[in-house]
Design a protein around this ligand. Structure first.
Ligand code: TXA
Ligand code: MG
Length: 354
């Protein structure tokens, strides 16, 4: 298949290009499109055959459900059994935006979208180009991130093409995504709202509106034992080299990031580092290093994380070491994705003298 590629203005996309893309969706095809979080791989969410093609193009396990993307908030009630009253202020504040809500599933949604679950995940994206496409298609779009399963989510059209060129009908290039990490997934089906996946709408923002809420265990083993969000049990966002993740306070010191680099170099290994601008000058010269920006700007770090992980696929090394960030605000989402890329091992530095 030849993939058609179009550049678009993400805030004011050409209606003719959007109409061509919408026609592909209506005919059961696949269109990769920008959102404010990451690029999505969209298909008609009401057509089981089109949805099946998403799973094939990505190599995605069939038991991992998809998010249904809508263009207007009022469409939500058509796809779910009930919208709880407590959720309305959250939607007032954060929709459109990087927040996905999981609710009891209504009628008319194919089993393939929800992987047979009794719930459905729904998101109203903020980016104009995304909503223009959904509106023009006239159907909700089932859309996972537009990467091959197990690869970092794409935050640019180039990253989409790297994974999916020849596997999808069209790629719309709206430039780099602003948030750069996938949406927060909030489970609203139980007694207590639960964050299944941390994202751009943070725990702190939701606590402000909801008071108490739960966070699902970030630990993969727990998630595998009781997968509330089936996607959590898979190793995600994995770069090709093994990745060791260090907490931000574990840079210097005897088991810290710098010590591990020197040890690996002494063993003759090639080493890559994914670190803040502040740590860059501390690295030995022979390291292949990608800076994700300043420690003082967590949002910019989030926006460049996946680009950094993909950078190492083009700069192969035996080992990648990554500097973590404090786990507050968007930092929780960042550490969640980094921990998954690392296969969940986070290194603490032993403090000197202990
Ligand atoms: O920001 C985003 O959410 C991006 C853009 C394209 O919108 N989409 C995205 O989709 O990240 P995907 O498929 O890569 O991740 C969807 C996550 C998975 O972890 C999946 O298990 C979870 O949402 N999910 C979907 N439906 C669910 C449901 N009914 N119950 C619990 N978790 C669900
Ligand atoms: Mg994904």
């Amino acid at each position: 298949m030849k993939t058609i590629y179009h550049k678009i203005d993400r805030l004011n996309p050409d209606p003719q290009i959007i109409e061509n893309a919408a026609a592909i969706i209506r005919q059961g095809g696949l269109v990769a499109f920008p959102t404010e979080t990451v690029y999505g791989l969209g298909a008609n969410g009401l057509d089981p055959n089109a949805v099946e093609r998403i799973f094939q193009a990505k190599g995605r396990p069939a038991d991992n459900p998809l998010i249904l993307h809508i263009a207007r908030r009022q469409e939500l009630s058509g796809w779910v059994r009930e919208v709880p009253a407590w959720l309305e202020p959250v939607l007032d504040r954060h929709w459109p935006g990087p927040l996905t809500v999981v609710l009891r599933r209504g009628d008319g949604i194919p089993d393939k979208v929800t992987a047979g679950l009794d719930s459905v995940a729904v998101r109203l994206p903020d980016l104009q180009a995304a909503r223009a496409l959904i509106r023009a298609a006239g159907v909700p779009l089932a859309a996972p991130s537009a990467n091959l399963s197990g690869r970092p989510s794409p935050t640019t059209a180039a990253a989409v093409l790297e994974d999916l060129d020849g596997r999808v009908e069209m790629v719309l290039d709206g430039g780099a995504c602003d948030v750069g990490l996938e949406s927060t997934v909030l489970d609203c089906t139980g007694d207590c709202p639960t964050i299944l996946r941390p994202g751009g709408v943070t725990l702190e923002m939701l606590q402000e509106l909801l008071g108490t809420l739960r966070q699902a265990a970030a630990d993969d083993a727990d998630a595998a034992a009781a997968p509330r969000s089936p996607g959590m049990k898979y190793r995600h966002y994995a770069p090709q080299a093994p990745l060791l993740l260090f907490r931000p306070e574990a840079i210097e010191g005897e088991d810290g990031l710098l010590a591990v680099i020197h040890q690996a170099l002494a063993e003759g290994k090639t080493v890559g580092a994914l670190v803040s601008r502040e740590v860059m000058p501390l690295l030995p010269a022979q390291i292949k290093a990608f800076s994700y920006g300043s420690r003082l700007d967590p949002a910019a770090t989030a926006a460049s994380l996946y680009q950094g992980l993909r950078w190492f696929d083009h700069h192969p090394v035996d080992l990648i070491v990554a500097e973590g960030v404090p786990e507050t605000g968007i930092g929780r989402a960042l550490m969640n994705r980094l921990a998954k890329a690392a296969g969940s091992s986070i290194k603490d530095c032993r403090k000197s003298g202990e």
